[in-house]
Write a protein that binds this ligand. Structure first.
Ligand code: DP6
Length: 351
């Protein structure tokens, strides 16, 4: 979308305004890892949007004051975050021409523990982009819900790639792929009527294996793909994985779903291990959990499996399909012990 196409309308009148928005986090099943200039993904990705892990944001705009941004996270002033947002706002001025014409006070809080290592950039930039669209509509007139969401997704992407997927519920695709309407510029919802019911009632329990700062930021991580000799093959594989994924989702093929999702997670970590410099983000606990999950599945046949983001925490995925109580008690009795402080965030997919 060019700035002109994005704008559609040109006239705006700014005034003081406070808006508030909430946005959930998401967990990728086919991973985005590697990007080009202007936040264009090197391959398409698909994610589940979560329900409880959210960012709530209040944005106060003081019109005609010199441009500045002040941010508070859970009541504490965060100067580093404010610098990041300031840079982001300057970057999107071409799409929101009023954006540098005032002062911002942004108060934000996450519903998940701050130290958990759960990425807050997706929900955080999602909530900020929604706030910006609210302001934009208040200054230059309402647009349709559909257009407003698409623009919020476009803006969120420029803050953090994975954030663009958090604007929609259910399964969400970002990046040009076989999925109808998909784009590199914003995310789209995967068509609900092409998803088997088994995938519509899903749990994501995040085991907090290692709390605290990640050892590689996603910006650095994506950058490592520029020199990774396996990068092109990986991008191609991710694109190819959409073909079986579509079939799996349509027919409810849980076995193949599990295989594909775990393969994606391990590939992401394999890419990091083969980068220069190399990163091993899994901890002992991560490996213990993965092995126990595999043994459990082998012994019981119950559909418990995992995915990982760029860190040590394990996202345990399982459907509500009859065996969930047994799976939950297995997690409590066998897997929780591998977390740092008995830390687990119990979430579900948001449909
Ligand atoms: C491993 O969206 O955090 O979670 O665009 O640089 O902000 P930036 O990166 P980010 O990367 C997410 C990477 C991932 C996989 C995914 O969510 O698809």
């Amino acid at each position: 979308m060019t700035a002109q196409e994005f704008l559609g309308k040109k006239k705006y009148t700014i005034h003081n305004q406070t808006v508030s928005e909430s946005c959930p986090s998401n967990i990728a099943l086919i991973k985005y890892w590697g990007k080009y200039e202007n936040q264009i993904p090197a391959n398409p990705s698909i994610s589940f949007t979560l329900n409880h892990c959210k960012t709530n944001t209040v944005m106060e705009f003081l019109a005609n004051e010199p441009f500045s941004v002040q941010t508070f996270l859970a009541g504490n002033e965060e100067v580093k975050f404010a610098e990041k947002i300031e840079k982001y706002f300057r970057n999107i001025e071409q799409y929101l021409p009023w954006i540098l014409q005032g002062k911002y006070i942004i108060k934000t809080e996450n519903t998940f523990p701050h130290s958990s290592g759960i990425a807050s950039s997706a929900s955080g930039f999602g909530a900020i982009a929604k706030c910006l669209m609210n302001l934009d509509e208040s200054f230059s007139g309402k647009t349709s819900e559909e257009e407003s969401l698409r623009k919020a997704s476009f803006l969120a992407r420029l803050g953090s790639g994975s954030a663009c997927r958090s604007l929609y519920n259910g399964l969400v695709v970002w990046g040009e792929s076989q999925v109808k309407g998909s784009s590199d510029l914003f995310a789209v919802q995967y068509p609900n009527d092409e998803i088997h019911d088994i995938f519509k009632d899903f749990n994501d329990w995040v085991l907090l294996i290692h709390e605290g700062q990640k050892s590689v930021s996603s910006t650095v991580g994506h950058g490592l793909m520029n020199t990774n000799p396996y990068a092109d093959r990986r991008f191609q594989e991710a694109r190819e994985n959409f073909e079986p994924m579509k079939e799996i989702l349509a027919v409810g093929d849980m076995k193949s779903f599990i295989k594909l999702v775990e393969h994606e997670a391990l590939t992401l970590h394999a890419m990091m291990m083969m980068s220069d410099p190399a990163f091993i983000l899994m901890k002992t606990g991560t490996l213990e959990v993965i092995n126990k999950v595999w043994n459990f599945r082998e012994e019981t046949g119950f559909p418990l499996f995992f995915t990982l983001d760029a860190g040590a925490n394990v996202h345990l995925l399982f459907p509500n399909a009859g065996s969930e109580e047994k799976i939950k008690s297995f997690i409590e009795s066998e897997l929780l012990q591998h977390t740092q402080n008995n830390g687990v965030v119990k979430d579900v997919m948001r449909f």
